[in-house]
Design a protein around this ligand. Structure first.
Ligand code: DOR
Ligand code: ZN
Ligand code: ZN
Length: 422
């Protein structure tokens, strides 16, 4: 299979110049203007920008155990439609990913997906927060990170031991920062809207407190720590200060935290409920600022598929929203088209930095590199239609949202894995 892309602009290098890319046998053979190779397919790239394939280091694929919500294949279909060519899938499946056998199952099932599926393994056995898993064994079986995401590790001493083990294995721990004693059953951000709706809220302090704890624990054992889905102004400020002190803390946020606030919950739609929850305008602004000033390292989705049936009940629905097919468009809309952020920075946030944090090889559009990139029409306007998504679930907070920027082609191993059809 060979592919010739004509008149394409490269987001990583020079946006003002158009060039051609020739791909053969999975590799980028040549990048230069006016190429004349014959190819199986020629794509007119003149209205697109080429970017390296994105990497989303926080998704939930529900496989094994809840494959009616998503499975590894459909999760990868959603990823490819969003320009995401690599993912880290979280281990809160049923059973949770705490053994080499489950890691092998995931990796085997993902083999022909066209997506680089990198599993995270549990910090604690069965994600019960009681006994650590064997990090060395899980690393050998292909785990790229450790996390009990979905649940915090409540016991600080156990977390400290986990961080020590992670340091020995040169692995990253990704922490879902939440103190369940402070949350006591909250279903959305604790504030004026939760009070008006008469539902229990989740106080920011729950997130801030465990963020601070993780940083202190990591510092004490000289380990790295990655803070998942940062959503509060406090948490972001704690991370900013820790970075200033030289503590190796990194973190991620998701587009919904810099685009929406708890005001959205007024319509009592459970598709706006996730954990951590949408916060207040001052948090939204703080998250946006932290993305722009480099305090936040990565943009992820926390793609968390749930059924329509579950999401029909505002108060009892499980937390989580899907996001793989809207993350780039949302980020372009909120940060690029508003003039706040360059495409280079977005590539760092959504592609290079997450790969770097997980010790994965970088992906660049250059000669002799594997062909792993996306063609994006950054000016294409569209409205998110949940029923048109490629995953199994449609629980998106971006329903009916107008976004600017659309992935037109996703190419991995030199193969067109996704192509947009109007
Ligand atoms: O909203 C969320 N959904 N937050 C989590 O921590 C877990 C996730 C899920 O697995 O549904
Ligand atoms: Zn989480
Ligand atoms: Zn998650």
């Amino acid at each position: 299979m060979s592919l010739l892309i004509k008149n394409i602009r490269l987001a990583e290098t020079n946006l003002n110049q158009k060039t051609d890319i020739f791909i053969q046998n999975g590799k980028i053979m040549r990048i230069a203007p006016n190429l004349t190779y014959s190819a199986d397919r020629i794509i007119d790239g003149s209205t697109f920008v080429a970017m390296p394939g994105l990497f989303d280091m926080h998704v939930h694929f529900r496989d094994p155990g809840q494959t009616h919500k998503e499975d590894i294949f459909t999760g990868c279909q959603a990823a490819l439609a969003g320009g995401v060519t690599g993912v880290m899938c979280m281990p809160n499946t049923s059973p949770p990913v705490d053994s080499p056998e489950i890691l092998t199952y995931i990796r085997k099932k993902a083999e022909s997906s066209g997506v680089q599926v990198c599993p995270a393994a549990c910090i604690t056995k069965g994600m019960q927060g009681e006994e650590l898993t064997n990090f060395a064994e899980l690393k050998n079986a292909g785990a790229v990170c450790f996390s009990d995401d979905g649940k915090p590790v409540q016991n600080a001493e156990l977390m400290r031991l986990a961080l020590e083990q992670a340091r020995q294995e040169n692995m990253l721990i990704a922490s879902h920062c939440e103190d369940l004693a402070i949350i006591h059953g909250g279903i959305m951000h604790k504030g004026s809207v939760s009070a008006e709706l008469g539902v229990n809220g989740m106080d920011r302090v729950s997130e801030d407190y465990i963020t601070a704890r993780e940083i202190i624990l990591a510092h004490s054992v000289h380990a790295k720590i990655h803070i998942c889905h940062v959503s509060t102004k406090g948490s972001v400020e704690i991370i900013r200060q820790a970075k200033k002190f030289g503590i190796p803390v990194t973190c991620e946020t998701a587009p919904h935290y810099f685009m929406f606030t708890h005001e959205k919950l007024r319509s009592r739609n459970a598709n706006d409920r996730m954990n951590p929850p949408l916060r207040e305008e001052e948090d939204r602004l703080a998250i946006e600022q932290a993305v722009l000033d480099g305090t936040i390292d990565c943009i992820v989705t926390d793609h968390a598929p749930h059924t329509q049936r579950e999401k029909a009940d505002f108060e009892h629905a499980p937390n989580g929203i899907v996001g793989l097919e809207t993350s780039l468009a949302a980020t372009l809309t909120a940060l690029y088209h508003t003039g706040k952020c360059s495409l280079e920075k977005i590539i760092s946030l959504m592609s290079s930095r997450p790969r770097e944090l997980l010790n994965l090889p970088p992906v660049h559009i250059q000669e002799n590199a594997p062909a792993n990139f996306i063609l994006v029409d950054i000016h294409h306007e569209w409205t998110v239609d949940p029923s048109a998504l490629h995953g199994k679930s449609c629980n998106t907070a971006f329903r009916n949202q107008k976004l600017t920027g659309k992935v037109m082609f996703t190419i991995t191993d030199g193969i067109i894995r996704y192509e947009y059809h109007a």
